[in-house]
Design a protein around this ligand. Structure first.
Ligand code: ZN
Ligand code: ZN
Length: 73
């Protein structure tokens, strides 16, 4: 099973903790999807964000990490 991480500052989710400015380990999608993330995305993350959850607005690098992913770039 893959570890998942959420940025403690901007709420971005990723499978790579080194991509996040303040990584926090999360148990799985149930642990964050559906919970609104802050809208201030850390600068270091802006470039690599490709998906956003259509139901809760949470941004992610990878569509598997979201309950209802849609492509934002
Ligand atoms: Zn961040
Ligand atoms: Zn969601």
């Amino acid at each position: 099973m893959t570890n998942l991480y959420e940025c403690g500052r901007c709420g971005v989710v990723s499978e790579a903790s080194n991509h996040l400015c303040q990584p926090l380990e999360v148990a799985g999608r149930e642990g964050y999807c559906g919970i609104l993330a802050p809208r201030d995305i850390c600068d270091s993350m802006q470039e690599s964000l490709t998906f956003e959850c259509a139901s809760c607005g949470r941004p992610a690098e990878n569509k598997e990490l979201l309950c209802d992913p849609h492509k934002i770039r």
